[in-house]
Ligand binder design. Structure first.
Ligand code: AMP
Ligand code: GLY
Length: 413
């Protein structure tokens, strides 16, 4: 059973469905794209008791949890109490994403390279802490914020405005940190609690506008692999950042089982951790799945059952995969809902795969029902040809109430 309803989960469903080991795939809550590969289970996934009962009734052999919220809320722990193998960390290990302060303290304790920081719990404390950082600093709300809790401030006034906003509604927790410089890359690592396996790299495009301008979003496009993360830098990131984290969690008795997404800044002093996510990225998952050539059911089950040591290294196509997100106009503010979507078959006839995120069926038609709506994904020999293939498919989509960036992959090109 797959938990989630986004483009990430459509990509997971698409790949899980290719496995000869799969009997039946259920998904909750799912979406119309996921429904092409899975039986939608009428379940409220925030009702853990209902999910447990469903897993018992259907004799579910593996649960794959896509998004962070159910992980932070302990769905994996609750399922493990009845012995179901789960791909996804328990509540304690999910604090790596659920609390920025938890992650920074862990880094400090075991010497993981990351930006210098202070944790603050009051406005006065936050303003006083600014003195330690000069003109440039980064201010982060402590908890889950759907990519919207971070301000990269380049002046004291900007930093103060971010602090005002953070504490406007009363008490809050935040982290203030040193601004790091360099190219960013995301590294994905599977962990079964003790053994790790690299699952490839990607680069996301977080800003809404071409040339990386405008407000932050959940991600407007991505490509994989991220060539800036050379094999040498990846080995350093694994050895200095990811493995010490997995070891620390295992020692604490809260082993990390699932995929760990490390957001890295490749600084002049080597890779430094910007943040962890406790799940696949969205839309990074779409490009990883487009390149992964192995059996996803077998691999994720081996992770869930602590058997990663017996698995071959995850294998990927040498091609570049690139995905372009088509969002509803208004995103990341209030997206226009209900816009008709056509041309998916025409887009896929070009060889691309169209993953669905915020879509629904209404009156027999596919319409938009969220901010990010489609992730149009293609592969090619290099970033340039993958980009050309992805935009050929984008241009076959008929979504008048949507928009996309036209430059995904520009840094690499
Ligand atoms: P996060 O939500 O922590 O990934 O932050 C969102 C974005 O803010 C990152 O992708 C970076 O581009 C930027 N960012 C976060 N922390 C730092 C930092 N310490 N230095 C520079 N940029 C940062
Ligand atoms: N695309 C960024 C994320 O999934 O967090």
């Amino acid at each position: 059973m797959l938990v989630g309803s986004g483009g990430r989960e459509h990509a997971l469903a698409w790949k899980l469905a290719q496995s000869p080991k799969l009997d039946t795939l259920f998904a909750a809550p799912g979406n119309p794209g996921i429904a092409e590969h899975a039986t939608i289970a009428a379940l409220d996934v925030t009702d853990h008791r209902a999910v447990i009962d469903f897993c018992r009734r259907e004799k579910i052999g593996l649960v794959v949890i896509g998004p962070e919220a159910p992980l932070v809320e302990g769905l994996a722990d609750n399922l493990r109490t009845i012995g179901v193998p789960v791909f996804g960390p328990g509540r304690a290990a999910a604090q790596l994403e659920g609390s920025k302060g938890f992650t920074k303290d862990l880094c400090a304790r075991v010497g993981i390279p990351t930006a210098a920081y202070v944790r603050v719990t009051s406005k006065d404390g936050a303003l006083a802490a600014l003195d330690d950082f000069g003109e440039r600093c980064v201010i982060k709300a402590d908890g889950l914020a759907a990519g919207k809790g971070v301000t990269v401030a380049t002046s004291r006034a900007e930093a103060e405005a971010a602090i005002d906003a953070l504490f406007a509604d009363g008490p809050a927790e935040a982290v203030i940190e040193e601004m790091l410089e360099g190219p960013e890359a995301s590294l994905f690592v599977l962990s079964d609690g003790t053994v790790t396996a690299s699952f490839g790299s990607a680069q996301d495009h977080k800003r809404v506008g071409d040339g990386d301008t405008g407000p932050n979003t959940g991600g407007m496009g991505a490509y994989s692999p991220a060539a800036v993360l050379t094999p040498e830098l990846e080995e350093r990131a694994l050895g200095e950042i990811v493995r010490p984290t997995i070891d620390a969690l295992a020692e604490a008795g809260t082993p990390y089982v699932g995929v760990l997404y490390a957001g890295l800044m490749l600084t002049a002093d080597g890779p430094k951790l910007i943040e962890y996510n406790v799940r696949f990225g969205d839309p990074e998952c779409q490009v990883l799945m487009a390149r992964f050539t192995g059996d996803l059911v077998e691999l994720l089950l081996a992770v869930a059952e602590g058997r990663l040591a017996d698995e071959p290294e995850p294998a990927f196509s040498p091609e570049v995969a690139l995905t372009v997100v088509m969002a509803a106009k208004g995103y990341p503010g209030t997206p226009a809902s209900g816009g008709a979507i056509g041309g998916i078959d025409a887009a896929q006839a070009t060889g691309a795969v169209v993953f669905q995120a915020g879509t629904k069926q209404a009156g027999g038609k596919l319409v938009a029902s969220g901010g990010r709506v489609l992730a149009v994904t293609a592969t090619g020999a290099d970033v340039k040809s993958a980009q050309a293939a992805a935009y050929r498919a984008v241009d076959a989509i008929d979504f008048p109430d949507g928009f996309c960036r036209r430059d995904i992959g520009w840094r690499a090109i």
